[in-house]
Ligand binder design. Structure first.
Ligand SMILES: Cc1cc2nc3c(=O)[nH]c(=O)nc-3n(C[C@H](O)[C@H](O)[C@H](O)COP(=O)(O)OP(=O)(O)OC[C@H]3O[C@@H](n4cnc5c(N)ncnc54)[C@H](O)[C@@H]3O)c2cc1C
Ligand code: SF4
Ligand code: SF4
Length: 420
């Protein structure tokens, strides 16, 4: 197998989530993230790949390796739950400034923390995501140097997003920064920390949304087709925010707007969600690698149909480290953040039932994938073996058989995205 074939096996096995780190690791003249025929962001090999470079990609790609908190940090956490992991505090929170709370996805916590980190000069910039200018349904990596720029990125982007495409250039700036990105993006950067000492020196704060997966382009096009929206006529798309969760709004080129309720966009219950294969088998949707992970707080993970735009917005936050604890306290003291009652793992289980199921099932699902001859997604610090034991033999068998059947039916297989 050539190095190029070995690299493309990650994508062909349905393990690529399109984070872009391989472009950064190999250099943009060798690998470049592009929109594939499927509509997803995928790596295209442009130059010669060596075995060593592909080894490094396998060690850092979140499709082949996913790591949570380093042991030195997780061992300091005073609390532990098998599903929710090590933590210092589980607490309700929202942005201290009403405008930020309103514009944010839920309570605006991640935006508020990013803004506070800049205001207090703890970091020089924030690496996060905003709406893509070229592809309205996509996210695009951005560096924010001002509080106003952080606010421009508020709101979840539920489309393909590659925040790590030029992570090496970001490190080369030699300035401390905060990273706000999905749990799998953080897994990738935690992987990279073993190969590049600049990561631990410069990434001062690791912040993440809790993440159930994004909407593949094919499903987005189906939604637009069903609602008579011409994709080529869409100028901008806001998925959430301006309320909690707020409307999903398509703005057309002639400025007409079409808005939908979150439940009409995603479906009434989680079983209707259209997700990429990698998200269905995700071993870390809960931000195990973050100092602070922010989640929604709707019972059963479904918002109230009536309250979408009037709900002032709340997050639950999982504070996993001492740095996260100190940041919350300082942001509250400065008025950037407000906190409410402490909650516990039962509250998280009730508001994130899909995360609990996925975490328990991940071990059996990943085993079934490896047994099918695909690369094994190695997990570190995510408690996947312990959770599989907790899940029990009978449940694990059901999960493994279900995954094996789905693989036979063609899921978890992607066409090579680009032929040179
Ligand atoms: C793909 C996806 C799936 C999600 N699934 C769940 C779930 O299952 N359960 C749950 O409780 N919450 C989920 N969320 C999180 C939820 O939607 C809120 O984003 C989260 O609670 C943070 O709220 P906030 O008000 O603090 O966010 P905001 O203050 O609006 O800040 C959001 C921050 O996240 C960054 N961001 C947005 N989209 C992306 C992206 N695609 N990749 C990287 N960074 C991004 C933005 O740049 C911004 O800095 C998901 C979010 C995303 C992006
Ligand atoms: S998951 Fe990220 S690093 Fe892995 S192949 Fe896809 S884009 Fe590259
Ligand atoms: S579900 Fe997991 S793999 Fe999918 S986008 Fe979220 S963190 Fe990444």
């Amino acid at each position: 197998m050539t190095p190029q074939d070995r690299f493309y096996r990650i994508v062909e096995s349905g393990l690529c989530i399109g984070c872009g780190l391989c472009q950064s690791v190999a250099g943009k003249d060798t690998i470049r993230m592009e929109k594939a025929e499927s509509g997803e962001l995928r790596p295209r090999v442009l130059g010669a790949l060596t075995e060593e470079r592909v080894d490094m990609i396998y060690e850092t790609c979140p499709g082949t390796r996913a790591e949570g908190l380093p042991e030195a940090l997780s061992s300091q956490a005073p609390e532990f739950d098998p599903v929710w992991g090590p933590y210092h505090r589980l607490v309700l929170a929202w942005a201290g400034e009403p405008q930020i709370r309103h514009e944010g996805s839920a309570g605006g916590v991640l935006t508020a923390l990013g803004r506070y980190l800049l205001n207090s000069r703890r970091v020089a910039f924030v690496l996060h995501v905003k709406a893509s200018a070229a592809e309205p349904s996509f996210g695009e990596r951005t560096l924010s140097f001002t509080e106003a720029e952080v606010l421009e990125g508020a709101g979840s982007r539920y489309g393909p997003t590659a925040p790590l495409i030029d992570f090496d250039d970001v490190l080369a700036r030699e300035e401390p920064f905060a990273l706000i990105a999905k749990p799998c993006d953080l897994n990738a950067v935690r992987n990279l920390a073993h190969r590049d000492p600049r990561v631990d020196a410069l990434v001062r704060y690791w912040l993440s949304p809790v993440c159930g997966g994004y909407m593949p382009t094919e499903a987005m096009h189906r939604f637009m087709h069903d609602n008579r929206i011409d994709p080529s006529n869409v100028a901008a798309l806001r998925y959430r925010g301006l309320g909690c969760p707020g409307p999903t709004t398509f703005r057309m080129r002639d400025s007409e707007e079409r808005s939908f309720h979150y439940l009409d966009f995603w479906g009434e219950d989680e079983s209707a969600w259209s997700l990429p294969f990698r998200c269905k088998i995700c071993p870390d949707g809960i931000g195990d690698g973050a100092d602070i992970a922010a989640a929604d707080i709707w019972p059963g993970a479904a918002p109230d149909r009536k309250g979408s735009e009037t709900d002032p917005g709340f997050n639950s936050i999982i504070v996993r480290t001492a740095a996260g604890t100190e940041l919350v306290e300082a942001a509250v003291a400065a008025g950037y953040l407000a906190i409410g009652e402490d909650v516990g793992p039962d509250f998280m289980n009730d508001t994130q039932p899909h995360q609990v199921k996925k975490k328990l099932a991940a071990g059996a699902r990943l085993d079934a994938i490896a047994q099918s001859g695909r690369p094994r997604l190695k997990t570190v610090g995510l408690r996947i073996d312990e959770l599989a034991d907790l899940n029990g033999d009978a449940n694990n068998r059901t999960q493994a058989e279900g995954t094996a059947r789905r693989l036979r039916e063609g899921q978890g297989r992607e066409k090579r995205p680009f032929q040179r």
